[in-house]
Design a protein. Structure first.
Length: 202
């Protein structure tokens, strides 16, 4: 048999992960962090996927630097829905968000986001060794390939890590399982998580 054969490989059902950075020209990040610590003084932590740390309720602040930031992120969400070719009649996008503050020993266990289409986070403070977001496939290959492959590839890897960096936004499908690794920093890591969805304009 000849080795000179024409082989093609098609990777089906790609999972998009979008990333971008927000510049200091858009908002005052120091002021946002101050606003977040004031919110923390008024709320007890809720427990969802977080193991330790503080997570706020959904925040509905207006006329603050925090709300200005989230309005900017919401405006950019239309670009990602364009990538998905969402019908224009659904282009009323809602964004719900909350704050996470974690320090030494805290983590977020594997979870998905219900009642959302695209979810995401923005990092406001990321001390060294303060944990990163890890995505896992929502497919059987998480278990199937691991028994006989010699190394991880884009096809066979059971997880992919994205580094937490200050002022970086990560957008991902809400159905994608993910976790946040344990932080080894005594300083606070601060992030904002959010869910987005849309409804018919009517």
């Amino acid at each position: 048999m000849s080795d000179d054969i024409n082989i093609t490989c098609t990777n089906l059902w790609a999972t998009p992960i979008w990333q971008y950075y927000i510049s200091d020209d858009v908002v005052n990040f120091s002021q946002i962090i101050s606003e977040i610590y004031k919110i923390k003084q008024l709320q007890n932590s809720r427990v969802v996927s977080n193991k330790g740390g503080w997570q706020s309720d959904f925040i509905e602040s207006k006329d603050t630097e925090l709300s200005k930031l989230m309005d900017y992120i919401k405006k950019n969400m239309y670009k990602f829905y364009d990538d998905l070719k969402v019908k224009k009649k659904f282009y009323n996008i809602e964004l719900k968000y909350w704050v996470n503050i974690s320090s030494f020993g805290h983590e977020n266990l594997k979870h998905m986001h219900a009642n959302s289409i695209l979810s995401g986070c923005i990092y406001l403070k990321t001390p060294q060794d303060s944990g990163n977001i890890i995505f896992q496939p929502n497919l059987a290959n998480e278990y199937f390939f691991q028994s006989f492959t010699s190394c991880d590839t884009d096809i066979t890897s059971p997880q992919t890590l994205f580094y937490a960096e200050e002022k970086k936004v990560i957008i991902f499908p809400a159905y994608l399982p993910h976790s946040v690794s344990e932080t080894n920093s005594v300083e606070d890591r601060i992030s904002i998580g959010f869910n987005s969805f849309f409804y018919d304009k009517g």
